[in-house]
Design a protein around this ligand. Structure first.
Ligand code: ADP
Ligand code: MG
Length: 239
């Protein structure tokens, strides 16, 4: 059963350049997809389209049966996004940032939600510190909390490990594992095979705008994944 998210024949052209060339896949509720691929493969474009920030050239996407173009509001309600832009305000405290986002979603008690999430990502003791003073790892954890404010059913993370030291990465991995246990559906783009394999239920490789590999996690080990990556990505230049 892969009927939580369906992506069908997705194409994206930027001024004549075909960044996505017919991407099709499905995820079931609770799936955790780790997506690999070299620079320029189209990973951020794919996540950008699913997160409604980038418009597709053609193709179809549905979350729980809500179509991206026909029911954009219902579609958006399902989403939590962590991208390269942290979407955090440096001059505001951790708590203020989350209360701000919780208010945007018109939650009944923004402060209560903010405090709960700060506890989840273990930043509660630092709730009154300005985000401008935060380390990269702390910012990334606050980004996770921000993305969870609307209790999304689909979480999209574009290279959440980039720039994190080992401790911060381990903490993020723990938090992502916790999301999985809550039956949220997750897509993570990462370059780190170990991080990617850790919580995944599915692994995919995107190369030159095509999903060249997609397999259940329990049918893939690190060696197979490395071999598949090399097989599809060699000669791509930037691998
Ligand atoms: P990845 O995240 O896998 O590194 P991207 O999705 O960022 O790949 O980019 C895929 C391709 O699309 C690249 O060749 C990139 O240069 C191109 N691209 C991405 N965004 C734009 C844009 N806004 N305008 C033009 N080309 C773009
Ligand atoms: Mg990218």
């Amino acid at each position: 059963m892969s009927d939580f998210l369906t992506v069908k024949n997705l194409f994206k052209e930027y001024e004549g350049y075909r960044a996505l060339r017919g991407v099709t896949f499905g995820l079931a509720k609770g799936d955790f997809l780790s997506l690999f691929g070299p620079n320029g493969a189209g990973k951020s474009t794919l996540l950008g389209i699913i997160s409604t920030l980038v418009s597709p050239t053609s193709g179809q996407i549905e979350i729980k049966g809500f179509d991206l173009t026909e029911e954009p509001e219902q579609f958006k309600k399902q989403l939590g996004v962590i991208s390269h832009h942290s979407l955090l305000y440096d001059h505001m405290t951790a708590l203020e940032n989350l209360v701000f986002y919780a208010s945007l979603y018109k939650l009944k008690d923004p402060e209560k939600t903010a405090v709960e999430l700060l506890r989840v990502v273990e930043l509660y003791p630092r709730r009154h510190s300005r985000v401008g003073q935060f380390s990269r790892g702390m910012r990334q954890r606050l980004s996770v909390a921000r993305a969870l404010v609307n209790d999304p059913s689909l979480l999209l993370l574009d290279e959440p490990y980039s720039g994190l030291d080992q401790d911060a990465a381990a903490m993020l991995t723990e938090q992502l594992a916790e999301l999985k246990s809550k039956e949220r559906t997750v897509i993570v783009v990462t370059h780190n095979l170990d991080h990617g394999l850790n919580s995944a239920t599915k692994v995919g490789i995107l190369a030159a705008g095509r999903l060249v590999f997609m397999e259940a996690r329990n049918r893939v080990d690190r060696a197979l994944l490395e071999a598949e990556y090399l097989r599809h990505v060699q000669g791509d230049g930037e691998a």
